[in-house]
Design a protein. Structure first.
Lengths: 337, 163, 448
């Protein structure tokens, strides 16, 4: 029989934030005279949707419409410090900094609204649609735009906030490794079915199902985008990708996409995913982070599935056709011995 | 070999540009005409990020000599939005999250347009084949394939062209 | 944070950049066009390990369209650096531009500035370097065996030295030898990952633009603008306030745009010439010059009881750092701290080594240090299950860490939901679990 199928799975955890902490991100928020808000960051959007996620978090904390939030990024002249976009840290670190800045800006906004409504700021609430009213008295209301106008042109006040999130650095004991490495842990479990052609050594991933637990999702569609993209990248890592096919030899050395192989749309199976939410105490609204972990489950799940299909023991990646055929030869040799 | 003046028909306009010998169409579109949607992901013909249409055919502008284009009509992604209105294919990319970093998107849209222009009702396999010269590192392709399927459906519902 | 009812957090509001992506109107670093812009190309080492006998740039300088060349002698500040030196990790071991020796094929030696990319490339090809080749070091275990020479004076045994003279990032938790002695089974294996390219669709690059006021604006696709700015200033010995680093949307990162690889030399060139300078990696440079994901080798030994409890796990791992340190010492600490994966094991011993070889320096990629750990551990878990004849789902659920457990790095576990995640995946995959395994929770060992 030339084609055999197997299943495999893997369970993984992933730490949020730079290992050992000490990786701050800051945020500044100010209100414009028209009543919208500018969130200024030095964080960098790599395409994962940072600007969207931070706008959602700012809107949530300020209690104003999402559409009224502008997020400016990646400018060292205007943006307060951000350690950088890596280590699954941006939703958590930048998100927390935005929460803090938004809390301060909200307080200033409610103080001005209190003066307009002749009420104590503690007695006010936002409706999320651009209005501030006295708790339980919806008709005693001002719009956020009116508050902005009054702050700028009536009272000469800024409505602004500063946020700085830092997980204090934790040293790692050089002898025992004792440390406080991360803010929280996200989880995933990926199940894969493969079909292996025992004559050519080619592996096809025919089904992939994953469950992720990433705390409170800020934007589920964007979380899913990371999971699906990472599933594909995991297939690439497991079966194709290497800059050194003769590792540890340095040759051959691919220099183009004809020789650095990646899966294409044709190699992408149906990917099913479910997301569980166990909010993290330290996260912004309980968010953890999902950007990096998404290849980590698929890779071992695929290799486990190949080993399951062939009853062999492959322990390296990428599992190229050559690796598969060599494993089958070894199995045959052992059976014959 | 000296610089040379050539004329190109790009997005419905007649353009005169001074080019260096052996300049690629990509060089001219990006650097001379500042049509930034034309990306340069590899310069080797391996990624598709520089894809444009030349007389309706999908071409890698990084492998196309500008001089050889002659009076053929060149269309970049910018050419789809001459009236600012977004086309159904682009709308389908947006609704299906068929981009993350966006760097491959212009080439993907052009490859999809070339496909839908010649085959308005492609099968999934035909879509996969039609996009096979275009790489994406972020999305895992699935949302892109879905976007093209949706665009094809929208076109068949309305009887419109892809753009 | 208390979990009040949420408004817009948790909602699908789209992705803000999608329309500009679909229209091709998103601005990336190279979508600014400046007149009189120069292009920078690098002459790189053709040898993986060699003494540099001489460098002759005269033909390059005379090449048509070449404006100037820069060697290590032109560097006004640091000659060698490390990106984490400012936070106390070091030593600074990597030349900005190579002098006396090259330690990997592709190491930068001479920067050539041309009126066009083609002129710069042609000029760079005319730099002549005379090498005295040295034996190469490529295999991580061979590199530290003592049989090969040290690549640099920093690392006499070709591996990184952690504080208190430790040759590895360590975890010492419980007594692993005692655990093996008590175990019913010993399960061992070795695992190997490969160097992998981040392969963002947009390669590393920047444009340094003098403003005429003594400041330089750097349009860059770095993943960390302040980090890149401050390191560039430190390398060149100039005031950070002279630099403005400006990003936009980055055309994919995946960890491949953190190395501050293009900005310092571009800023130096812009300072020299007073003209905008563009330095964009070719796809070939992106694949063979820019940092890859590190290759890792792991040797794992588990002590396991008949009932499936893993009572001891010993891991020795080798991160192939290539010729220089970059962020590898951080990666191995994260790797060690991640062990033994999402499982509670009472005796854990880890030695995570950073090894230097004559390969392109490696660095971060999506899941730095953790991807290789997860790969090896999850293959090992299947081997353990097979060895003792246990359902691999049950093996993982039995050993999965719970809230309140002490992790190997001695932090009490919180926010754990591994058990629930595995249970949900089993259900999704149609794998039936016995009632006692369905009843497990991440809180079932925590008092309260």
């Amino acid at each position: 029989m030339a084609k055999v199928r197997g299943t495999g799975f893997a369970a993984v955890n992933y730490p949020t934030g730079m290992h050992l902490g000490g990786d701050p991100t800051q945020s500044l928020i100010h209100m414009t005279p028209a009543g919208d808000f500018v969130v200024t960051m030095a964080s960098v959007d790599l395409g994962q949707g940072l600007r969207t996620v931070l706008a959602q978090i700012a809107a949530e904390t300020l209690g104003v419409p999402y559409e009224s939030i502008v997020v400016e990024t990646a400018d060292t002249d205007t943006g307060p410090h951000c350690t950088g976009t890596f280590a699954s840290r941006t939703t958590h670190r930048a998100g927390n900094a935005v929460v803090m800045a938004a809390q301060e800006a909200r307080k200033a906004m409610l103080e001005v609204a209190g003066e307009l409504l002749e009420a104590s700021p503690e007695d006010l609430e936002t409706d999320g649609d651009g209005n501030i009213h006295i708790k339980g008295v919806a008709e005693k209301s001002v719009s956020v735009g009116e508050v902005a106008g009054a702050a700028h042109f009536g009272y000469g006040k800024t409505i602004a906030g500063r946020g700085a999130y830092l997980k204090p650095p934790s040293p790692m004991d050089p002898e025992t490794g004792e440390c406080d490495p991360d803010s929280t842990q996200a989880h995933a479990c990926t199940v894969v079915e493969v079909e292996v052609d025992t004559e050519t050594g080619m592996v096809e991933v025919i089904d992939m199902k994953s469950v992720y637990e990433v705390g409170q999702q800020v934007n589920p569609d964007l979380v899913k985008g990371q999971i699906v993209g990472g599933s594909w990248m995991g297939i690439g890592h497991a079966l194709y990708e290497t800059t050194a096919p003769g590792y540890p030899a340095i040759d051959p050395a691919p220099v183009d996409f004809q020789n650095y192989l990646q899966p294409g749309a044709a190699e992408m199976p149906d990917v099913t995913c479910e997301v569980l939410e166990y909010p993290a105490e330290s996260g912004p609204y309980g968010g953890k982070g999902v950007g990096e972990m998404v290849t980590n489950g698929p890779i071992p799940a695929i290799v486990n599935a190949i080993n399951n299909a062939l009853d062999v023991r492959i322990t390296q990646i990428p599992v190229t056709p050559e690796v598969v055929l060599r494993a089958l030869d070894e199995k045959k040799a052992q059976a014959g011995a | 070999m000296e610089d040379k003046l050539i004329r190109l028909a790009v997005n419905g306009r007649d353009e005169a540009v001074v080019i260096q010998p052996l300049a690629t169409l990509q060089d001219v579109l990006r650097d001379k005409l500042e049509l930034n949607a034309v990306k340069s992901g590899c310069g080797q013909g391996g990624c598709g990020s520089c894809s444009v249409l030349v007389d309706g055919e999908l071409q890698l502008s990084c492998l196309t000599l500008a001089e050889r284009v002659g009076d053929a009509e060149v269309t970049t992604l910018e050419g789809l939005n001459e009236t600012n209105a977004i086309v159904p294919l682009q709308q389908a990319f947006i609704e299906n999250y068929a981009a993350q970093c966006g760097y491959c998107t212009a080439g993907m849209v052009m490859a999809a347009k070339a496909l839908l222009d010649r085959n308005p009702a492609p099968s999934r396999d035909e879509i996969v084949e039609g996009l096979s010269g275009n790489l994406c590192r972020c999305t895992g392709f699935a949302p892109i394939v879905r976007a093209v399927q949706q665009a094809a459906q929208a076109l068949s519902d309305t009887g419109e062209e892809a753009s | 944070m208390s979990m009040k009812e949420l408004g817009v957090v948790g909602r699908n509001v789209g992705q803000r950049d999608l329309e500009s992506h679909a229209r091709g109107q998103t601005t990336y670093y190279e979508d600014v066009h400046y007149p009189r812009m120069l292009h920078l190309k690098m002459h790189r080492s053709a040898e993986p390990h060699a003494r540099i006998v001489s460098v002759d740039t005269s033909a390059a300088e005379a090449s048509p369209g070449v404006v100037c060349v820069l060697t290590h002698e032109d560097l006004p500040g640091k000659k060698v650096w490390n990106g984490l030196a400012a936070v106390g990790v070091g030593p600074e071991d990597e030349p900005i531009l190579a002098f006396d020796k090259v330690r990997w094929r592709g190491e930068p030696i001479v920067a050539v500035l041309g009126e066009s990319a083609e002129a710069a490339r042609a000029g760079a090809a005319k730099v002549e370097v005379d090498y005295d080749p040295l034996p190469g070091v490529f295999d991580v275990e061979e590199a530290i065996s003592g049989s090969l020479p040290a690549l640099t004076a920093h690392w006499p045994n070709n591996h990184y030295i952690y504080p208190d003279d430790h040759g590895a990032a360590q975890i010492r938790f419980g007594d692993v030898e005692q655990g093996f002695a008590e175990a019913d089974h010993i399960v061992e294996d070795s695992y190997q990952t490969s160097p992998i390219e981040q392969a963002p669709m947009e390669t590393n690059g920047c444009i340094a633009k003098p403003g005429g006021d003594g400041r330089i604006t750097v349009h860059t696709n770095t993943q960390a603008v302040h980090f890149a700015r401050d390191n560039t200033a430190a390398i060149l010995g100039i005031a950070p306030g002279k630099l403005r680093f400006l990003g936009g949307t980055v055309g994919g990162g995946f960890g491949g745009k953190v190395d501050v690889a293009v900005e310092p030399i571009s800023v130096l060139a812009a300072m020299r010439t007073g003209r905008p300078v563009k330095f964009k990696y070719t796809r070939e440079e992106e694949m063979q010059v820019s940092s890859t994901r590190s290759a890792w080798r792991l040797n794992i030994k588990d002590g396991v009881m008949d009932d499936g409890r893993i009572v001891a796990r010993k891991i020795t791992s080798y991160q192939d750092s290539g010729a220089y340190l970059r962020f590898s010492s951080y990666g191995s600490m994260k790797h060690a701290g991640h062990m033994p994966g999402p499982y509670t094991i009472p005796n854990v011993w880890v030695d995570a080594r950073v090894v230097f070889t004559n390969r392109p320096p490696s660095s971060a990629m999506r899941g730095f240090g953790v991807m290789a750990a997860s790969f090896a551990i999850e293959l090992q878990m299947d081997k353990v299950a097979k060895t003792i004849g246990m359902d691999p789902w049950q093996l993982r659920l039995l050993n999965a860490y719970r809230n309140g457990d002490m992790r190997a790095h001695r932090k009490v576990n919180e926010d754990a939901a591994m058990v629930e995640t595995i249970q949900a995946a089993a259900q999704l995959a149609g794998h039936e679990l016995p009632a006692e395994y369905q009843a497990m929770t991440s809180w079932d060992r925590k008092a309260s």
